[in-house]
Design a protein. Sequence first.
Length: 271
Amino acid sequence: MTRIAQRCMLVTGASSGIGYSTAEFFTGQGWIVYGLSRSGKVPSGVFPLLANVTDAQLVEKLVAEVFATTGRLDAVVNAAGIGGASSIENLPLEEAKKIFDTNIYGTLVVLRATLPFLRQRQGSIFIAVSSIAGLVGVPFHGIYSASKFAVEGMIESLRLELHGTGVSAVSICPGDTATPIIGHQFRAKAIDLPEVYRINYEKAERAMRESVSNGIAPLRIAETIQQIINTSSPSSRYPVGGVIQQLAPMAKRFLPLKWFEWLLKVYYGVN
């Protein structure tokens, strides 16, 4: 087995958005970076791995090949994820399954494939890219929120299980980020929803699109990941985003629930 001195990272969802920016950033920092994606299109200098995170056998095979080549795996950033916009009642069941398959079962697949190799290096880390929507339910993105809530629960449990192994597990929870994610996911048309939902759906969609277009740069997520990796004892969760979105989980914790729900209704224009 070849042993290398450079630190080695695996990034999933490396063909776009947060995953792409993270892979590009850490390559520029001198890391050996392997980028796993369905398209294989990754930043220059990143070694491409072609796979869907839901394909457990292929992901395990590719990760084993990476370790056989490098002799080390220092960090995993699981940024692969998808969403979908609709009322919960009307989101097509096949779309709901896709969201859960990628966001929760995909996370599990990547965890199972990489932990045996992460454990071979003290101070290694698994970082799940979650979402503020995994801490606060977002109207008309309920299944996405549910999948990210599940990721949060998994990481909380995993941290306890990994105690004493030398491996850290962390979730990073971005708010709205300026990526093309909206164009790459299922989004219901208001006219196709029951009339009872249409007005609020249109308002919430408008607020979401504006928030994403004015969102934080994905580079900020990559820089936060670098800070997490350089922390000797990282926390379990790192919300990142605009002031309002970073405050939302705290407001949910301390405000009466009715007050908090009222704030969300105002923010998303839901009457």
